[in-house]
Ligand binder design. Sequence first.
Ligand code: SF4
Ligand code: SF4
Length: 116
Amino acid sequence: MKNFGFKISASRQLDMDTIQSDLYEKLIQLEPTAKRCLMCGACAATCTAAEINGFNFRYCHLLMKRGILDNLAKELSKCMLCGKCYMVCPREINTRSIILKMKALMTETTPKHYSL
Ligand code: SF4
Ligand code: SF4
């Protein structure tokens, strides 16, 4: 096969009609500020834990929004709950509260995914 210097990546398309969104809807009810997230990444860029263990709030938020729960509990356990992300968020989203609520939802409703 001719080498064009690039290759086609596997599709990462999501079918939004079939994703598991019930947990995210519960999260929105518990912490409505989550809806305001622009996914700008300011929280991830300033995160205390990111330097140490690669934690990324935006990534965790997207995982729950898309219903991809397999590694979410493990990722959430990396947050140090310092609250710095809340101070830098341009939309005043209560990120620390969202992280705590995501952890609680994972424990209560999907214990099989809560294996650290
Ligand atoms: S800084 Fe705020 S708006 Fe930006 S990705 Fe983080 S939570 Fe969302
Ligand atoms: S509360 Fe968690 S996500 Fe926010 S800056 Fe601290 S370690 Fe990072």
